[in-house]
Design a protein around this ligand. Sequence first.
Ligand SMILES: [Zn+2]
Length: 443
Amino acid sequence: MTLIEQALSTATDTREFLVGPGVITELDGLFKRNLPGAKALVVSDETTWRVAGERVRDNLCRAGVGCLEPLIFPAEPAPYADTDFLGRVREALETGGPDARAVAVGAGTINDLCKRASYELERPYICVATAASVDGYASFGAPITKDGFKKTWPCSAPRAILADSEILLTAPRSLTASGYADLAAKIPGGADWIIADALGEHPIRKDVWETTQVPLLGWLDNPAGLAAGDAKAMGDLFTGLAMTGFAMQTMHDSRPASGAEHLFSHCWEMIDVRCPDGTHPSHGDKVGIGSLCTTHMMESFFSRRFSRSDIDAAMAAYPSPEARKASIEALFAPGPMRDEIVATAMGKFISPEALRVRLERLADVWDTLAAKVKDRLLPFAELRRRFEEAGCPTRPEQIGVAPEDVLVCAKMAQTIRKRYTILDLAFETGRLDSISAELAHIW
Ligand SMILES: [Zn+2]
């Protein structure tokens, strides 16, 4: 069994994944195997229609698949994942009759729209990717904006995914760079899982680790090749992103895709950071900077041994519940969102007794844990070098964050989700302030 077959054998929604140069010519077979008897509704925008949509429809029509009038959104303004566009995809599917199935030809937005519209109508769909830009192709949620508020809606992942690496190579460099950073984020994300596993917070699932973390560095080893038109480097990048999605389907949890670096990104979204040119940084841009932050924090944290003789000092510095609550409240503006965050953060604020147990365990597993984390990480300088080669941002200012503000982001990021990461470990050992403060000076 190949790794891809292994990953698909436990994935709940996706049954087939084709990747490689020229695989667009195999779409008809993929369609017939996965959606037998269905009619194809190709959904794209003017750009993705030009690079792939037209060929997709010709391939299907020639093979005798019933093809509906395609839904092609204008390139400008670009389609947006909101309820208006969602309604249009849904309407086209309904107009096409009960056998109509979407074939999403595009990157994240087109896929998210088709994913959610198909889910609402309880119909499976197929995704033909045009950029290796996100890991969301194969995931089971779709971020859609309703009434100005972005939220991840539940959906089924695509029944089948096709990614022709020659088509992916025609995508704008910024989209590929974003995908590279989103995949590289799984390196510190994996180290976070190692930490959570060692401290009994989230055991590593071995089959998922084998199909995502073990091959990870291989998928990421040629960042320069992505810009130079190397089809293998591009196929590898897309494979990594898709495999992460299959792992999320298997676990019904985003742990395989995200650790503390994604929490930084969520915080920057909450405070609506903007690049110097006024645009929103991409998801990959934010998690890339987040990955540099958490890589540095882990390197710093594990460079200073924590042993049993450090426990009393850490216990003495641990805040009371009242002080803890006040310090979380001070990080956010008052309102319902802050209330929710306070509840989340207080939910994982452990008692002094539990803390002592945690710290004893940390001291006992320190050597093994520090070695495993070091082994998983790419050193900060190496990660930054690869980001430079791939065309990803490497300084927080590029995504609209001043270096001196990264410290407060680290503190916020620690509070917003239940997921156990380096941020929690740093907090519980009393080291969060000191290792976060370094983030102002490392760039
Ligand atoms: Zn991501």
